[in-house]
Structures are given as structure tokens and as C-alpha cells.
Design a protein around this ligand. Sequence first.
Ligand SMILES: Cc1cc2nc3c(=O)[nH]c(=O)nc-3n(C[C@H](O)[C@H](O)[C@H](O)COP(=O)(O)OP(=O)(O)OC[C@H]3O[C@@H](n4cnc5c(N)ncnc54)[C@H](O)[C@@H]3O)c2cc1C
Length: 544
Amino acid sequence: MQRRTFLAAGAAAAALGSTAYWRLETLPVVVDYPGRALGHWLRDRPSDEVSAPTLRAEVVIVGSGIAALTAAWKLSKEGVRDIVLIEGPEAFGNAAAVSAHGLAYPTGAHYLPLPSLESLHVREMLYDLKVILADPFGERPYYDERYLLHAPSERVMFQNAWQDGYLPVDSVPASERDQHVTFFRRIEALAALRGADARRGFTVPIELASQDEQFLRLDRMTFTTWLDEQNFTAPTLRWYLDYCCRDDYGRSAGEISAYAGLHYFAARVGLAQNAERGAVLTWPEGTSALARGLLAKADLSAERVLKGVALSIAGEGNGVRVAGVRHSGDAPGEAFVVSARDAIIAMPLYVAKHVVKGLSTLGYEASLHEPPYAPWLVSNFIMHAFPEEQSGSALAWDNVVYGSHELGYVVSTHQDIRQSRPDKTAFSAYSALADMTPDAGRRWLDTASASDLVSRAARDLRSAYGWRLGPCVESVEITARGHAMASPGPGYRTNPGLLALRKVQGPMHFAHADLSGYSVFEEASWWGYRAAGAITRRGHPFKT
Ligand SMILES: Cc1cc2nc3c(=O)[nH]c(=O)nc-3n(C[C@H](O)[C@H](O)[C@H](O)COP(=O)(O)OP(=O)(O)OC[C@H]3O[C@@H](n4cnc5c(N)ncnc54)[C@H](O)[C@@H]3O)c2cc1C
């Protein structure tokens, strides 16, 4: 973690006592760049040589994101307890969160859609974590109501007024609304469509999706090309679909595979006994709640969870040797070596290429196969009061602004069921910087001043509240993620490097959302679950 703290002239602005003088840019700001300093050190280090006493384990898990923690939970459940987990530069990765100011709020992922019938691995996990309370593998599991998103779930500001939903309908011409209906009818048909291999065309995990040409051809064009071909021209629909691509994939529809654009809608079709279609699960701290639950279930002793980064991973006899250094914050410390029968490599591929020896001999050539990575900005506005809403509109969990380049803001205390509002809250504003190239976005994150970062982060909040925002904000905490997630551009389903890593038989097992070519909870956990399964099946030959 690399943290810059900017202590502001905010107190002076406050002392003026007039709302006219409130400038967000003068408030206290903290900026985190998770993994950046350690990542640069790792990339530029003179040598991988470390010498340290060797720690032995049956399995070493490299990383502590959702893929890694799913593997730890599943291995432990299946009786493999001799595990060492190397956290990496950021505990929980993109599922990290902060607990401070009497609040909990995410610095990455915030929700999980209801898992579909293909996502049995997620259902098993949610049942173990008591998020699903009954019928975990049935068509409609029963969920703990505390985690089902309450109404009002989302709203969009269109022509300076809020309306429910993400896609504007009020004040939208009938011809555009007709296109909305036609688009969703197409999605319904696509969601039910199966290939000649009897598999659904759109599934999460994507590894289980049909390989039929009718679906693969969609992966050879951009979503924009497909929408043009199909005459979906309505500006409201086009903005909404672009927003969805940026929100799930970090890039605009013009850079996203048409298959991925449709997959967003057609694949995530889970149902619940006690929630409406399309419901999602959420926690104040986002999916960090699940990460914590998985780690607790894995029940690893403190000395088996290393606060460290791997510098090199290489085959050693029939097993694997991982060498690395511990760290405290950004400072590298003492060396360690772990020798294990199996290694689960749950770090992103843009890091793995610097760490795993002989990656190209496994069929992954970074220069050809590395997916594009989108940079993201996650900004938590710590609020000591709720800003006044437009009359007739209520704050929703997710609040987006039509036409904006940003992705709106989520309210961390939304699931609070107290009668009266809490005194404080955190508004988490998201931006995928999709209006810049990924490299330009990373350069901007590296060089922007705190006040530039805050200005960008506050764009949607300013559209929503204008001058009423400033007096309610206590401080701003920004998380700048330079390589936040892999984006599924055309061809991602048939990327030969990713397909090769999926097939590696051990003793190295690759497990990260990157293997899917895009990043969501269910994909990350799929690869962790699958790696654990490969190890336990081999260790216990009676299992199929
Ligand atoms: C801003 C943002 C919002 C998101 N929101 C959602 C959401 O709401 N819902 C959703 O489903 N998905 C969301 N996602 C996608 C999210 O990435 C996945 O849900 C999931 O958390 C990815 O998990 P992972 O294990 O594949 O990887 P990561 O989270 O990338 O974890 C990688 C791990 O590798 C470790 N590591 C890195 N280098 C090393 C090294 N040298 N040695 C050892 N370890 C190392 C890191 O410390 C980290 O623990 C979001 C992503 C971002 C960036």
C-alpha cells in the first residue's frame, strides 16, 4: 500500500461558516495506491535470490483475493489443512474494505448478484457462510434478508430530476422506449438459448458456456458494432449499455466484446425464494464481508498467513518453491521461502509474468496474451450528515447520473435497518476512467494532485447535490487502482494464453479472475474452487 495524505486547508474554509466557501478540494484527503510501490519494486528488483529457512506446506496459496480465499476455504473443508497463504501487497485484493469513523465501506467490489444454477460453487460458499439459509442448490434458494438489497435500490438523474432504475423512461420519447423493450426481449431469448453442446450460451462461470459458433462470433466484434447492426440507436439505451460496460468491465462499449456486453444481462439469472428477479446481495463493506468469512472458515493459524509478496515461483522436484519477502506497508522486509507439493497462483497475470518462472512454456506469452487492464478510482466520501435530496426523491443504494463518464455513488449504510438514519455514512463514488486510454488513465492516477482526484471523484455527487454536498463531507479517502481489472475486449473467450493456463495440471494451479478475461466475484471464486478441487481429487483418488 502506498498512501499519500493531504491535510487540507479545509478547517479554514469551515471557519468561514458560509456554504458558499465550501470547496471539496480543500478537505482532508487520503490517497492509497494499493500494491503500487511493492509492484514497482518487484518489477525493478536486481535479483530473485533470497535465502531463508524453508517453510514446508502441502499447499501454498499466493494471493488473498476472492480466488485465493475460495481455494483456502474449499481445501480446508475437504480436509487439506496444511496450507500457507501469502497475502500479497493488498489483503483481499479488489474485495478490500475499510473500517473507520464508526463505518465500514468498500475500496473495491460492493455487491454480488444472486448466483445462477451454473454458479453452484458460489451457492455452496454462501450456504457455508449462512448467507443462503435454505435450499442452496434449488432453483430458488432462501437468503438471509439482511444481505438482500433493500428498496430503493437504484435511481438515475435524467434532465435534472431523479427517477427509479438505471435506464431513464420518464420524459423519454416512445420510440426510444420501444427499443428498450425490444432489447430486453432479445436478452430474454438469449438467456434461454443453448448451443448444440446443450450448454447455455451465456453462463457464469464463463468456462461452462457453450462453445457454439453462434456465440463465439459475437466475441469477434465490439458491442458497439453489434448494437449498430441491430439498429439499437436510442440514445438512452446506448448510454445505459455503455454505463453497464464501464461498470462491470471498466471500458466503454466500443472496446468491449459484443459477447461480453450481452453476457452482462443474459448470464446472471439467479433467483431467490424471498427476493425479486434481478436482486443482488450487498454488505456495508462490500464483498469484503465474504472474504472475511472465507478466511475465518479456512481457519489458518496466524503464522500460516504471511504478510508478504512472492518474488519467484518455480518448480522444485515434484513440487513448487515460492520465495518472497515480508512487508510492512510499502517497505519490503525479511525473506521467506515456502516449499509445497502444490501452489495456487492467485495473483493477477500482469504480476505473475514477473514472478512465475517459465510462464511461456505453459502456453502464456504475456506480450501476446495479456488482457487489457482498466484503471479505477474508488472514492469514499465520509459524510457527517446526509445532503438534502430533491423534493420527492429518496436516496437509493446506487445513484447514477445520465450522460456522466463516472459510475455514480453507492451508500454504505443503505442496509441499516434502524428506524432513523444513522448520523454518519460513506458515499462510495466509482470511476473507471474509461474516457482515457488505460495507459493514460494510469499516468493520470500517478500524477494527479489530490485536488484533481477529488474533483473527478466528486463529479456525480456535485451533479446530484451542487453546493449542498460540501458542508456534509468530513473527509475523502481515495483508492487508485492502476491495473484494477482485466477488460473483455473482442477475442477474450478464445485468448490462447488464458485457455492454456486453465489447463495446467499442477503442481502449479492458476486461479484468478484474469483467467476468465474479465473480473467478477463468481469468476474469481470459480478458479479458486476449481484449483482446490484439482488438488483434493488427486490427493483422494476415490473422489471423482
Ligand atoms: C473498483 C472495483 C469494483 C468491483 N466491483 C465488483 C462488484 O461489485 N461485484 C463483483 O462481482 N466484482 C467486482 N469487481 C471485480 C473484482 O475484481 C472481483 O469480484 C474479485 O474480487 C477478484 O478477485 P481475484 O482473487 O481474482 O483477484 P484480486 O482481487 O486482484 O486479488 C489478487 C491478489 O493477489 C495478490 N498479489 C498480487 N501480487 C502478489 C505477489 N507478488 N505475491 C503474492 N500475492 C500477490 C494481491 O495482494 C491480492 O490479494 C470490482 C473490481 C474493482 C476493481
